[in-house]
Design a protein around this ligand. Structure first.
Ligand code: AMP
Ligand code: GLY
Length: 423
C-alpha cells in the first residue's frame, strides 16, 4: 500500500511512524510533513486544503489510502471531494465527510446532535448578532463563570470563560458584533459551566462498527499548575488513571454508543476518528466537545500503545469490517512532553538548530514544528517536538521523557516540568 498522510504535526509523525511498521506498507507520503516525517516518508510541500494538489499527488504516486490528520480539510470536505471525483472515488479516506465533520466545525451543530441523542452535555443556548440583546439578557440569568464559545473553527481559541458578568457581556458583544473570531463567531454558544477533571476518549469507527482506543489526558495551558494561555497541548498521559472501569462503562453506554448510533440515525457517514472531550463531574461524564480527528499530542501516547498493524486497522475502516479487528493495547503507561519555542503561544522565533537528538535512546521523539535545512534539524513552529516514553506507571514514563529532554537543546527551548501534577 502507498499511503498519504495530510498534516505536519506530532500527530502526523506518529501516524507515519506507526504505519511504517506494517509489512503491508510500500511507501508513505506526508503533505506537508516535517523533519521527523522526512526520515520515514516522502514529504510533499503542499497545503492540506489544496485539494487539486492532493489529487495530483494521489494519482501520480498511486496512493491507495489517505489519512487526514487535522480538522480543516475534513470540515472543508476533502473526503467528499474524493467521493465526487471519478478518478479518486475508489481511494479510501480516513476521516469523516463534511456533514459529520460539522461536529467539530460547528459547536451549535454538535450541541443539537447531543440533545437529539440524549448525550449528556452542558445546558446551552446559542445566539446570532441579531439576537445580541437576548444573549445579554440570557447572561444575566446565569451565575458565573460564563462559558462563551464561537460556533465555528477558531484554531482552539474560540472558547472564553469569564467570571465577571460585565466582561462576559463585552465578550459576547465583541464576538457577535465585531466578529472577534471572524466568521467563526457569527453565532455564539453560551453554556453552563461544568467543574471537574477533563479527559479524552478516542473512538475509531467505520460507520457501522467501532473500537474504543486508549484514553488520554492532555495539558493545554502553557504554564505549570495549568496556568496561563491555552496552547495546542504541552503533554499527555495514557491511560488516564481516574478513568476507572465503572466510569468508562458510563462513557460507553451514555456517550460512545449513542454517538456512533446517532451518526447512523442522522445519516452522517463517518469513517475515521471521533475525539470526545469529556469532563468528569462527580462520577458522571459530560461531553465538552467533539473533534473529528485524533488529538495532538494525545496521538503521541495513544498510537504507541496500540499493538495492531495500523494499515490493517485502517483497511478495516475502509472496508467496514472493523468488527473483525481485535484491538491489542499495551498495558504500560505512555507519556509525552512537548518542547516548545520560547514565547509560544504568543510570538516566538523559528530557525534555531536542534542539538542532541542522536543521544536520546529511552524515548520516541515525534517532531511537530521542525524542518530539515542543509541536513540540520531546525525549529519551525511553536510546538517543536514531543518526547514519548513508556513505564509501568505514568510517573516512570514521565521520568524517562524528562531525562530524554535534558539531552536535547535549542535556543529558548521551553517545556512544562509538571505534566501529571494533578493525578
Ligand atoms: P473546547 O475548545 O470546547 O475544548 O474548550 C476549551 C476548554 O474550555 C475545555 O478544554 C475546557 O477546559 C473548557 N470548557 C469548555 N466548555 C466548558 C464548560 N461547559 N464548563 C467548563 N469548562 C469548559
Ligand atoms: N490536544 C487537543 C487537540 O488536539 O485538540
Amino acid at each position: 500500500m502507498n499511503i498519504l498522510i495530510l498534516g505536519s504535526g506530532g500527530r502526523e509523525h506518529t501516524f507515519a511512524w506507526k504505519l511504517a511498521q506494517s509489512p503491508k506498507l510500500n511507501s508513505i507520503f506526508v503533505a506537508p510533513g516535517n523533519a521527523g516525517t522526512e526520515s520515514l516518508a516522502k514529504n510533499i510541500p503542499i497545503g492540506v486544503n489544496d485539494f487539486e494538489g492532493i489529487k495530483n499527488i494521489v494519482l501520480s504516486n498511486k496512493i491507495d489510502m489517505v489519512v487526514v490528520g487535522p480538522e480543516d480539510p475534513l470540515v472543508n470536505g476533502v473526503h467528499d471531494f474524493f467521493l465526487n471525483d471519478p478518478e479518486l472515488e475508489s481511494v479510501p479516506v480516513v476521516g469523516p465527510q463534511k456533514a459529520a465533520a460539522n461536529l467539530e466545525g460547528s459547536k451549535e451543530f454538535a450541541k443539537q446532535f447531543m440533545q437529539r441523542h440524549n448525550i449528556p452535555t452542558a445546558a446551552y443556548r446559542s445566539f446570532t448578532a441579531q439576537q445580541l440583546e437576548k444573549g445579554l439578557a440570557f447572561l444575566e440569568t446565569l451565575s458565573p463563570p460564563y462559558v462563551l464559545k464561537a460556533d465555528g473553527l477558531a484554531a482552539g481559541k474560540g472558547v472564553v470563560i469569564l467570571h465577571d458578568l460585565e466582561e462576559a457581556k463585552q465578550e459576547l458583544t465583541s464576538m457577535l458584533k465585531n466578529e472577534k473570531f471572524g466568521a467563526a463567531s457569527k453565532t455564539v454558544v453560551i453554556e453552563e459551566f461544568l467543574s471537574g477533571l477533563e479527559l479524552s476518549v478516542f473512538v475509531l469507527t467505520d460507520g457501522e462498527h467501532y473500537k474504543v482506543l486508549p484514553t488520554a489526558k492532555d495539558y493545554k495551558r502553557i504554564g505549570e499548575g495549568d496556568a496561563g494561555l491555552n496552547t495546542g497541548g504541552m503533554g499527555a498521559i495514557s491511560p488516564v488513571p481516574f478513568a476507572e472501569k465503572d466510569f468508562m462503562d458510563k462513557v460507553h453506554i451514555r456517550i460512545i454508543k449513542p454517538t456512533v448510533e446517532g451518526l447512523k440515525m442522522d445519516n452522517l457517514p463517518y469513517k475515521g476518528f471521533v475525539f470526545i472531550g469529556l469532563i468528569k463531574v462527580g462520577n458522571d461524564p459530560f461531553v465538552i466537545e467533539y473533534n473529528v480527528r485524533m488529538g495532538d499530542p494525545e496521538t503521541e501516547v495513544v498510537l504507541p500503545r496500540i499493538k495492531n498493524d495500523l494499515v490493517e486497522v485502517f483497511q478495516a475502516v475502509a472496508d467496514q469490517t472493523l468488527d473483525t479487528v481485535d484491538l491489542q493495547i499495551d498495558k504500560r503507561s505512555a507519556t509525552t512532553v512537548m518542547t516548545v519555542s520560547g514565547g509560544y503561544p504568543e510570538a516566538y522565533e523559528k530557525g534555531h538548530e536542534i542539538f542532541g537528538l542522536e543521544d536520546v535512546s529511552d524515548s520516541l521523539i515525534f517532531h511537530a514544528g521542525t524542518k530539515l535545512e542543509n541536513g540540520k534539524v531546525i525549529t519551525n513552529g511553536g510546538r517543536v517536538m514531543a518526547f514519548t516514553s513508556f513505564g509501568t506507571t505514568f510517573r516512570d514514563a514521565l521520568a524517562k521523557s524528562y531525562d530524554s529532554i535534558k539531552k536535547v537543546c535549542f535556543t529558548k527551548m521551553n517545556y512544562r516540568k509538571d505534566i501529571g501534577f494533578d493525578l
